[in-house]
Design a protein around this ligand. Structure first.
Ligand code: PLP
Length: 424
C-alpha cells in the first residue's frame, strides 16, 4: 500500500479521477440527472467555496486533514488493529486518506464495497463482516478478491460459506454475538448476532471449520458510554470460558462516537482507556488479536454538506438536501447537526433562533425537526453548512424525485464541531 506521507494534507486532491472543471462550467449548469464527481480544487474554507461557487446544488465538503489526523489518532490509541467500516463513507478519496493515515484493513459488507476498496486500494485487506451474504458475494469475495475473513451468526451462513469455498482451509471466521445496545443512539440489536444461549454449538462448529476463530459484536452506533465495551468484552469472555473455546481474534466492532449538539459523549480517549483496561483484566485475551471497526468516529468530522435555502415559512426552512439525500439521520433518527449560515453578499444577524428543515422532495417524511440554531433573519438564497456528515451523509443519498448531488470539494478549514477540542 502506498503511504505517501510526504505530501502535505492540504494538497492531496490531485488524483487521477479528479475532474478539473473548465472555469465557465459552473455548477449551475450541471445537469443533476447525470451526476459527476466534481473535485475542481481545494478551497481554503467552506466560506470561500460558497463565495466562489454559489452552488445551486448541495455540495459535499471533505476535510482531508481532519480525516487523516483523526484516523492517525485512532491508530495510535487503539490497542489492536483498526478496520475502517467502509459503509460509513465509501468515497474513493476518503478511502485514500484513511489508507494514507495508516489503515490497512477494511470492513466491507457487500460485494460492491469489496470492489470499491479493491479498485482504490489494491493492497488493502478486507474483512467481509456482514453476517448474511449471498452465495454469489461470498464466492466472488473469496475467489476473485482474496477475502478470507467472514462473519456469520447462524449455522446456515456457516454452511453457505463452507459450501461456496469448497470447505477452504484458510478461512478466518467470526461469530457475531447478539449484544444489547442500550447505550447507543443507534441500536443494532435484534437484527444480527447469535443469541448467547444458542452460541455454544455455533462456536464449536465454527472453531472446527476455521483456520482462525474470531468473536465479534457491535455495541450500537454513536455509543454514548464506554462501559458498553467493558460489558460486551466481559460477555465474550464469559461465553468462551463457559464453552472452553480457544479464540484467535476478538473484534469489538464499531460504535465509537462523534460529537453532535445534544449528543455529547465522553472524550474518545476514555473509550480507549476503558477498552485497554477491560482487555488487560482478562488473561485469556492476552494471546488474542484485538480488532475494531470504527466508521463514524473516523470520518464524521471530516465531512459536511452545504445546502441552500429555497424558501422560508416561519421557522421552517425549505433546503435543497434532505432525508432522501445526505440528511437521512436528521429525519426520523432525529440527529441534530452543527450548522453555520453563510450570506456572501451581506451580513446575517448575530441573534440566533431555532429552525427546522424541509427537504426538497414531495414526501412529508422529508422533514428534519432539529432544532438547528441559525441567524434569525436567515432567508431564501442563504447557504448553510451542516457539519459532522462525513459519516452516514453522502453515502445515504438516493435520487428520489430527481434530487441528487454528487458535487464534492475538498476544504482546508476546521470542522464546525470537534470531539478533539470543542466548538471552533
Ligand atoms: C456499521 C458498522 C460498523 C461501523 O459502525 P460505527 O458505529 O459507524 O463505528 C462497524 N461494524 C459493523 C459490522 C457495522 O455494521
Amino acid at each position: 500500500m502506498k503511504n505517501n506521507t510526504s505530501e502535505p494534507p492540504g494538497r492531496i486532491n490531485r488524483r487521477s479521477n479528479v475532474i478539473n472543471l473548465p472555469k465557465e462550467t459552473s455548477l449551475n449548469t450541471l445537469n443533476p440527472s447525470t451526476p459527476s464527481v466534481v473535485r475542481d480544487k481545494l478551497y481554503t474554507s467552506v466560506d470561500s467555496m460558497v463565495h466562489q461557487m454559489r452552488p445551486v446544488m448541495p455540495v459535499h465538503c471533505l476535510r482531508p486533514a481532519t480525516i487523516m489526523s483523526t484516523t492517525k489518532w485512532f491508530l495510535r490509541q487503539f490497542p489492536g488493529e483498526v478496520l475502517y467500516a467502509v459503509k460509513t463513507n465509501p468515497d474513493p478519496q476518503v478511502l485514500r486518506y484513511i489508507a494514507r493515515a495508516g489503515v490497512k484493513n477494511f470492513d466491507v459488507a457487500s460485494i460492491v464495497e469489496v470492489k470499491q476498496v479493491a479498485d482504490v486500494l489494491p493492497d488493502a485487506k478486507m474483512y467481509f463482516m456482514h453476517p448474511v451474504k449471498s452465495r454469489e458475494a461470498i464466492r466472488s469475495a473469496y475467489f476473485d478478491y482474496g477475502v478470507r475473513d467472514f462473519s456469520l451468526d447462524s449455522h446456515e451462513e456457516l454452511n453457505k460459506i463452507l459450501a461456496v469455498t469448497n470447505h477452504a482451509q484458510d478461512l478466518n471466521l467470526y461469530v457475531r454475538m447478539a449484544m444489547t445496545s442500550d447505550k447507543a443512539a443507534y441500536s443494532l440489536a435484534g437484527k444480527f448476532g447469535v443469541p448467547l444461549e444458542q452460541a455454544a454449538s455455533l462456536l464449536s462448529a465454527t472453531r472446527k471449520a476455521a483456520d482462525k476463530l474470531g468473536l465479534c459484536f457491535h455495541v450500537g452506533s454513536q455509543c454514548m458510554n464506554p462501559d458498553a465495551y467493558t460489558h460486551a468484552i466481559q460477555t465474550a469472555v464469559d461465553l468462551l470460558t463457559q464453552n472452553d473455546v480457544r479464540l484467535d481474534v476478538l473484534d469489538i466492532g464499531g460504535g465509537f462516537p462523534s460529537i453532535y449538539p445534544g449528543l455529547m459523549p465522553p472524550a474518545l480517549i476514555s473509550y480507549m482507556k476503558t477498552i485497554k483496561k477491560a482487555i488487560k483484566s482478562h488473561p485469556m485475551l492476552s494471546e488474542c488479536k484485538i480488532v475494531c471497526e470504527p466508521g463514524r468516529a473516523l470520518v464524521a468530522e471530516g465531512g459536511s454538506v452545504v445546502v441552500r435555502v429555497e424558501l422560508r415559512k416561519g421557522n421552517m426552512l425549505y433546503i435543497n438536501d434532505g432525508t432522501y439525500g445526505s440528511l437521512f439521520d436528521a429525519g426520523h433518527p432525529g440527529f441534530v447537526y452543527p450548522v453555520k449560515a453563510m450570506r456572501p453578499e451581506g451580513t446575517l444577524s448575530s441573534e440566533l433562533a431555532e429552525f427546522g428543515f424541509f427537504g426538497p422532495t414531495c414526501d412529508s417524511l422529508d422533514t428534519m425537526k432539529g432544532p438547528f440554531h441559525l441567524p434569525k433573519d436567515i432567508a431564501e438564497g442563504d447557504w448553510i453548512e451542516i457539519g459532522q456528515l462525513g459519516s452516514y451523509g453522502a453515502t445515504m443519498r438516493t435520487n428520489f424525485n430527481g434530487f441528487f448531488s454528487d458535487t464534492t470539494v475538498e476544504v482546508g478549514d476546521k470542522p464546525l464541531l470537534s470531539i478533539f477540542g470543542g466548538v471552533n
